[in-house]
Design a protein around this ligand. Structure first.
Ligand SMILES: *Cc1c(COP(=O)(O)O)cnc(C)c1O
Length: 380
């Protein structure tokens, strides 16, 4: 059994994917080919924003977005403590004072109350200006944008939505990657919409930012002339072959995979009800793209034992995430080190992610749930 079975998806879509790849090879337009424009238009339409700019990966997408805002060195960035490393790596790599904020114990997303407290503490210190919240759609569920937006309006801050895990999710009829002033996603193979290598995209309704982002992604080029470099940028483009693969996958993603993965998540939640686990909690009116199905084990249960038991039964499990961001060695000696995030610390000790993807079979989910319940019984 695979944690995320990409081969099965390929078996289903092989004809279309192979055809699209060979078209690119035959055209030899490996960089900025017509498939790029096609993908960007498709994704902008799906998300419901004016501009989509593809780039090399989801980490660059965050970094380029922060660069486009032209922030000052004492502009502070706020990031959830419970997330993948990139969400914090990106602002710190640009030298911005970065503050980690605790998350909500049910949704796993940034806790708006904690956010406002940290913002006020930063203002109180008089050293930095709060400017950006990087809100992450963790495990596929969009963050609480209604409340985050209110806070950002109050303190005159931007939202950068990190939708790397949430692409395909929505709040009522509004889709992930439309909630930020700028939003980003990743096409890393294991993400909800993955390509066959690294890839990412940036979304915004602001035309000035969109042009800046396009420029930064291609060495700070002038809009008309690629060899007239008017700012320092980076080299961050999506390969044409990756766009062609995404074009082949997208219809199926939108019409089948998102619904299917939601059915799988429902089955998990039904089968694991009332066995002592804390199950994922999706808020009313919100829909997840289920990048992960993550449970919390009861306090007395030893997670290593559970993982070992599952492994013996051929079931891969993962721990997303083991370490709070503020405890990562990389942030030692920066302002990020002094965070107060007790909920994240508890979660890091108890979470366990189970195999989930649109092609997993019902009988596999049933087997996983049976074995997981057995292992909890045993280690109690
Ligand atoms: C995967 C991920 C990223 C980074 O994407 P890459 O394409 O791997 O660079 C950023 N943020 C979150 C929350 C992610 O899960």
């Amino acid at each position: 059994m695979e944690f995320r079975d990409l081969k099965r998806q390929y078996d289903v879509l092989k004809e279309e994917i192979d055809k699209n790849i060979s078209k690119v090879i035959n055209s030899s337009n490996f960089i900025s080919g017509r498939e790029i424009k096609q993908l960007e238009e498709t994704l902008a339409g799906y998300v419901g924003v004016d501009h989509c700019i593809s780039c090399a990966n989801g980490t660059d997408a965050l970094t380029v977005s922060l660069m486009a805002w032209g922030l000052n060195k004492n502009d502070a960035v706020f990031v959830p403590d419970f997330t993948f490393f990139s969400s914090g790596e990106s602002p710190v790599s640009l030298g911005f004072p970065t503050f980690f904020v605790d998350v909500d114990r049910r949704s796993y997303n940034i806790d708006p109350n904690a956010l406002e407290k940290v913002i006020q503490r930063v203002i109180g210190s008089g050293k930095y200006n709060p400017r950006v919240v990087i809100a992450v759609d963790l495990f596929g569920q969009p963050a609480d944008y209604e409340r985050i937006r209110k806070i950002c309006n109050k303190y005159n801050m931007y939202i950068l939505e990190d939708g790397a895990q949430g692409f395909g999710g929505k709040i009522r009829e509004k889709r992930v990657c439309s909630f930020g002033d700028i939003s980003t996603t990743s096409f890393f193979p294991a993400k909800p919409l993955g390509c066959y290598g690294d890839g990412g995209a940036i979304f915004t309704n602001n035309s000035d930012w969109a042009s800046l982002i396009r420029s930064i992604c291609i060495h700070g080029k002038n809009a008309e002339d690629k060899y007239d470099n008017i700012r320092i940028g980076m080299n961050s483009r999506l390969d044409t072959i990756q766009a062609a693969i995404l074009n082949a996958k997208f219809g199926h993603f939108k019409d089948y995979e998102i619904d299917q993965v939601n059915k799988i998540a429902d089955l998990y939640s039904k089968l694991l009800d009332n066995c002592g686990l804390t199950l994922p909690f999706i808020k009313e009116g919100v829909s997840s793209s289920w990048a992960q199905y993550t449970v919390q084990l009861p306090e007395k249960v030893d997670r290593n034992d559970v993982q070992e038991y599952m492994k013996q039964n051929g079931i891969p499990t993962m721990i997303y995430y083991k370490k709070p961001m503020h405890m990562q060695g990389a942030f030692k000696g920066t302002v990020s080190e002094d965070a107060d995030c007790p909920i994240t610390e508890t979660l890091c000790g108890r979470v366990l992610s189970l195999p989930i993807h649109p092609y997993i079979e019902r009988k596999d989910v049933e087997f996983i749930c049976r074995k997981l319940k057995e292992s909890i019984e045993e280690s109690r």
